[in-house]
Write a protein that binds this ligand. Structure first.
Ligand code: FES
Ligand code: FES
Length: 156
């Protein structure tokens, strides 16, 4: 069974008839063609690679159906940059070499972007706690934590 839904992603409206069981992450990747949102844990909700913003709030898009986002506003990692300029957080990740393979990075950026909106002066412990839902197999997290701490400082 299909349903026609409308989702605004990074300011662009996508209207499409989709199977009611389609996951939001599949809508983002396959319908909108925005492949910066990744899938790493085969839809179990544990890795955080698929994290996007739904009306400004970080959500795991493998745990939602596309029809649940009907009428809502999504931001993906492709929407973090403004007018071709990397965000402060993205620049900090670049400067601190806060990635290796990069597979987890888009999800971590989206989670950290929301976290920094709620906590402009985070401690290292708070940053580590905020990252508990994002798995990274490569970096050991130290540079990621440094980048988020630095981004908080730059944004103030
Ligand atoms: S793919 Fe969504 S949490 Fe892992
Ligand atoms: S940089 Fe490879 S999984 Fe995080």
């Amino acid at each position: 069974m299909n349903k026609t839904i409308s989702i605004t992603i990074n300011g662009e409206l996508y209207q499409q008839s989709v199977p009611i069981r389609m996951l939001l992450v599949d809508f983002i990747r396959d319908v909108a063609g925005l492949t910066g949102t990744h899938v790493a844990c085969t839809f179990e909700g544990v890795c955080g690679a698929c994290t996007v913003h739904l009306d400004g709030e970080a959500v795991k898009s493998c745990l939602m159906l596309a029809v649940q986002a009907d009428g809502h506003r999504i931001t993906t990692v492709e929407g973090l940059a403004v007018d071709g300029e990397l965000s402060v957080l993205q620049k900090a990740f670049n400067d601190h070499h806060a990635l290796q393979c990069g597979f987890c990075t888009s999800g971590i950026l989206m989670n950290a972007a929301e976290f920094l909106k709620m906590n402009a002066r985070p401690t290292e412990a708070e940053i580590r706690s905020a990252l508990v839902g994002n798995l990274c197999r490569c970096t050991g997290y130290a540079h990621i934590v440094d980048a988020i701490k630095d981004a908080a400082g730059r944004a103030r």
